[in-house]
Write a protein that binds this ligand. Structure first.
Ligand code: PSV
Ligand code: MN
Length: 431
């Protein structure tokens, strides 16, 4: 890393007073896991190899349909956003890549963007296209759809935008594009439900044809919003059918917020993995709909159950298993860096708990129809306090034992407030 966003001295100073207690807790947990036949060092190694991408838009303060309340020192462009992502990575050490969104992150000099990322120690994950908004000067409107629009000229424009995103992504070193479309209808009779899906498949086939050899195309489904009567790619079934129709490089992406309340998302994950179509995740949490709250902040147990399926899927098919992980959240009332640190930690905690499940015992209880013991096997893992493993991973990778404390001690936001342009008050919008 050429440009250290957080100084080594600060991290070491912050860690110094916490290391003895951490070592003590780690050793104690290690002994306890050992008695359960689990090697703490193996769990630690698996966590070290795990990364979740930060969305470039996630480091900006989010808003609702009603308002956005900016904070002083918020990043104002993609270069500043990369710096904030680098802060998260410097302290948390499990967010090595950034997922860009075009045209939000559009720059004249893509090479400079790549160099900036490398200088602050980051790489690039999947690129995201945007045909859910009109941009200034854009010839044709997406008001009535994009890839599924009834007018072929609008579809052409949307297809071309996705191909442009692939080209930028290639220059950045990304290897996948995520396509989420807002297309749908608000009234019965507004749209031909079958025709819209046909047009979607036709447009996506053209995007698919433009994929570089080693690239993947992720289809992101979403139940509703902004369309409220019908959405073209509304669910995992539609997503799977489309991915299967398009070909091997097309896979399904699960955004945890894009389902009806109480849907069994872990079962969706198991299904997609079973058919080799689990492309990736957008992690977040929700209480009511696509709330985009911090991962694990409402329902950490669900996150654990999702990871339980992921660990199972990887055991079944270690070769073919490589989902892309990303946080997709809107930080309306917190400092985004703090939310991202917490969320990346919540994802790692869910993963660690899934790794300490006694899988042989679970399989035996399932075979014997011992319901309580099957459930208790999962519950025992979920009840394990894995925080010492997470902290040790961060420490050994050069990060902070207590990332939020170190971030606050760095006074990053206050220092940036002195040099970054203020964001205009009064704007609304989800991201
Ligand atoms: C849509 O709600 C979504 O989850 C998609 O991933 C978008 O690209 C992202 O949010 C940003 O608004
Ligand atoms: Mn998403």
């Amino acid at each position: 890393m050429d440009e250290a966003v957080i100084s080594r001295e600060l991290i070491e100073r912050e860690n110094a007073g916490r290391l003895d207690a951490l070592s003590d807790d780690y050793e104690s947990l290690g002994r306890s896991l050992d008695r359960r036949g689990v090697s703490i060092d193996k769990v630690k190694a698996a966590l070290k190899a795990f990364g979740v991408a930060i969305p470039s838009w996630g480091v900006g303060v989010g808003g609702t349909r009603f308002a956005k309340f900016p904070i002083a020192g918020e990043p104002t462009n993609i270069f500043e956003k990369l710096e904030d992502c680098a802060v998260v990575q410097a302290l948390g050490r499990n967010t090595p890549t950034v997922s860009t969104h075009f045209p939000w992150d559009k720059v004249d000099d893509v090479k400079a963007l790549k160099e900036k990322a490398a200088a602050v120690g980051l790489g690039f994950d999947a690129v995201n296209s945007n045909t859910f908004q009109d941009q200034p000067g854009q010839p044709l409107s997406y008001k009535y759809g994009s890839l599924t629009h009834a007018d072929a000229a609008v579809r052409d424009q949307a297809v071309q935008h996705n191909i442009d995103c692939i080209e930028i992504g290639e220059a950045l070193g990304a290897e996948a594009i995520t396509v989420w479309i807002a297309d749908g209808s608000n009234f019965a009779g507004q749209s031909d439900l079958t025709g819209a899906l046909d047009r979607y498949l036709d447009s996506m086939a053209r995007i698919y044809a433009a994929l570089p050899r080693h690239w993947r195309l992720f289809i992101e489904h979403k139940l509703y919003e902004p369309a409220f009567y019908s959405t073209v790619v509304s669910d995992w079934g539609t997503s799977l059918l489309c991915a299967q129709t398009l070909g091997d490089k097309a896979q399904c992406l699960v955004d945890l917020g894009h389902h009806a309340p109480n849907v069994n998302i872990e079962q969706i994950v198991a299904r997609l993995a079973r058919f080799g179509k689990l492309g990736g995740f957008h992690f977040n949490d929700s209480k009511y709909g696509d709330d985009d709250l911090d991962a694990g902040s409402i329902n950490p147990h669900q996150l654990f159950l999702v990871f339980n399926e992921l660990v199972e899927a990887e055991r079944r098919d270690p070769e073919g298993f490589r989902p892309a992980y990303m946080l997709d959240q809107s930080h309306n009332v917190t400092d985004p860096i703090e939310s991202l640190l917490n969320s990346a930690g919540a994802v790692a905690a869910a993963h660690a708990r899934a790794l300490v499940v006694d899988r042989d015992a679970l399989a035996e209880h399932q075979k014997a129809n011992d319901v309580i013991m099957g459930f208790n096997t999962l519950r025992r893992a979920y009840d394990t306090d894995v925080t010492p493993i997470l902290a040790m991973v961060r420490y050994e990778l050069g990060g902070a034992i207590d990332p939020i404390a170190a971030y606050r001690a760095s006074e990053w936001r206050m220092r940036k407030a002195q040099v970054r342009k203020p964001i205009a008050v009064g704007q609304a919008g989800i991201v």
